[in-house]
Ligand binder design. Sequence first.
Ligand SMILES: Cc1cc2nc3c(=O)[nH]c(=O)nc-3n(C[C@H](O)[C@H](O)[C@H](O)COP(=O)(O)O)c2cc1C
Ligand code: SF4
Length: 594
Amino acid sequence: MTTLDLAAMVQRHGGDATRLVQILHEVTAALGYVPPATITELAARLGVSRAHVEGVVGFYSFFSAAPQGRFRVRFSDNITDQMAGSHALCQRMLDAFRVELGEVSRDGLVSIARTSCTGLCDQGPALLVNDRAIARLTPQRIGAICSLIRGEVPLPQWPENLFAIHRLVERRDRILAAVMQPGEGLAAAVARGKAATIAELERSGLRGRGGAGFPAGAKWAACAAAPGPERYVVCNADEGEPGTFKDRELLMHHAELVIEGMTVAAFAVGAQRGLVYLRAEYPFLVAPLEELLARRRAAGLLGRAAGGVAGFDFDIELHVGAGAYVCGEESALIESLEGKRGIPRNRPPYPVTHGYRQRPTVVNNVETLAAAALIARDGAGVVRDVGTPKSAGTKLLSVSGDVARPGIYEYPFGVTVRQVLDDAGAVATQAVQVGGPSGTLLAAREFGRRIAFEDVPSAGAFMVFDQRRDMVAVVENFARFFAHESCGFCTPCRVGTTLAAQMMTRIATGVGSRRDVKDLARVAGVMKAASHCGLGATAGAPVVAALEKFRPAFDQRLRSLDVVPTFDLDLALAPAREATARDDQAAHLDEESP
Ligand SMILES: Cc1cc2nc3c(=O)[nH]c(=O)nc-3n(C[C@H](O)[C@H](O)[C@H](O)COP(=O)(O)O)c2cc1C
Ligand code: SF4
């Protein structure tokens, strides 16, 4: 077994416990897992409790305290991967190594599992093997991968073309057509001044592209006005919403624009440090981003007196996540940046006043920051003059599923769903899931609706399902996703997502009843009303929408509409009631007859 110099490793990270997630990545890269003795030693060296380190290891799906294979294969399990045949390909590999899903082969060579969407939906099916991503899987490619694993060929010696990520950009507008020289945005912001830069952002009407649509100018203004000398800018590059991959394109081919946006933000709000929180599923972005940051340091655009501005000392570091969708939620992301489990914080206070290290922090999505860089250079009009009055600018859509031309499409806000479908070459479309599982499920009669905050909002995902697709199977995939990704902190989401997934599986496999359908709607209601964060609050949305819009697909799957299941939902919630010391009426689900 490889030996590890933990002392040197911890020292390289300055003995800083907030670097714990990054340290665990290094341990996992060297050993394949985090052995108990390593957990003990890390805790001692970082000055934190063993329970803390163990809790962090247990929280993130890319870490494990139990031995894993020397080759750790994770098949992307988004619905689009599934539609492209990922389950059969996964089975082929399981058979080849005579191993069960989620297990390690007896010789310790390989472990094979499924993971949530890896953000390669435009070129799926996809998988991760250790810290490399492979797209466009076919039986032939699976055969080649099996041979390389069987021959124990080290990953750096695998043919490079296996790891190629194709660039599929189908429509460019303001952001994707922009050309910006390094430092241009910052120079314009410096010439304009801090307050005027924020005012220009406010005039542009730019709203956050990460999902919630919060006005970017107001966020920067609140951070700038917050008391204290220490501030941070965080780029949310977690992009965990299944079906979204537009931030991948921006960071692969327009990273200069994104980093420029972070630098402008730091200048405007007075931040000294920036952090890019990059999802672990994009390992191919780590080296190029590090190189870009190094180039900007060498050019004087980062570091002391960045951009030649006396007193503006600003640098950016990269932080890699570890396979937890909830860490895209900004307060969970900050917890993760601080080396902890990604449990969403109570809000208020918000990150603009109490963010990273409890200091004022701007958290913006990758696309928001790219747009902000353009606004700094070209003025508010670059966003204000396109789109709709309530949704200024353009939006990058990640189009995947049943279309002839999957890829990235940049449109002015206000584009109809039908227009996107026509451009992407969709035929006989039955449904579109806009904004990922937590977004909006649209039936054909709604394709005249518009992508805009005031109509159909979207963080970027646009998954298309034609008439061949079983919408029950689609929604079951989403329900399993939420159950897998619930962080478990609060009861409505922890219990509700699990129950919803179980009921969806029963229905999808033809053993569900009308009672399941009814319970699904009730569980979704409880999650929406009582969950601690947006994950739980939206987890029931696709189920509710599918029940409303595709009810015949459900009814056809119910073997007996009237069977009363032996499973009692209210009884199943008893442990949750006990844990929360509640037994009032609101903590019970009413017992209607099915
Ligand atoms: C469960 C969950 C996951 C999220 N994932 C992301 C994400 O991957 N990327 C992102 O930018 N925002 C994500 N968000 C939204 C962030 O909390 C936050 O609103 C956003 O990063 C702010 O940036 P913006 O104002 O530029 O959109 C997520 C929210 C929730 C509730
Ligand atoms: S809603 Fe779900 S993800 Fe959010 S805090 Fe509760 S358990 Fe965690």
